[in-house]
Design a protein around this ligand. Structure first.
Ligand code: FES
Ligand code: FES
Length: 170
């Protein structure tokens, strides 16, 4: 591949999507700059803040530190998927119910990190939530509201028998 652009197929939110990228293009840039999938944010662009968090093959990753070409054949989920179904994933209303955001820069990444945490740990303790979101920074300091939102969403998911809503099972 390279040095020019190469067409690859990425599976994003359950949909196979063709995109032309250079080998150096990050997954975040492929989504934001080429595919208009702009939910994941670029803030630090160097693997520190978590604003670009996505879920790839069930693991939370920083979209700014993984190359698009390395994600061919993997299941990529972005925040857009959480509101793509008839009802949003419970973590979405839980953020507003718990006043879990101020400026919103960190929010898409926090929501995806929270969703990833709930996928792995459906019944987390407060300390597990705190540790599980340790890779995401909020400069406005809304951590307490975010942690409460995760616990509320966990309760909601348990009440619905773990049935997730949102879009395709990406
Ligand atoms: S923008 Fe990717 S970790 Fe900050
Ligand atoms: S709400 Fe402002 S950075 Fe988190």
């Amino acid at each position: 591949m390279g040095p020019g652009e190469t067409e690859i197929t990425l599976t994003i939110n359950g949909k196979a999507t063709k995109v032309k990228v250079e080998t150096r293009t990050t997954l975040l840039d492929a989504c934001r700059e080429r595919l208009e999938i702009t939910g994941a944010k670029r803030v630090c662009d160097r693997g520190t803040c978590g604003a670009c968090t996505m879920i790839v093959n069930g693991k939370t990753v920083y979209g700014c530190t993984t190359l698009a070409v390395d994600n061919v054949g993997k299941k990529i989920e972005t925040i857009e998927n959480l509101t793509a179904g008839a009802k949003p994933h419970p973590i979405v209303p839980a953020f507003s119910n718990n006043d879990a955001l101020q400026c919103g820069y960190c929010t898409p990444g926090m929501v995806m990190a929270s969703k990833g945490l709930l996928d792995r740990t459906p019944n987390p303790t407060y300390d597990q939530v705190k540790a599980g979101l340790g890779g995401n920074l909020c400069r406005c300091g809304t951590y307490v509201g975010i942690r409460k939102a995760v616990l509320e969403a966990a309760k909601e998911l348990r009440a619905s028998g773990g049935r997730k809503s949102g879009g395709s099972n990406a």
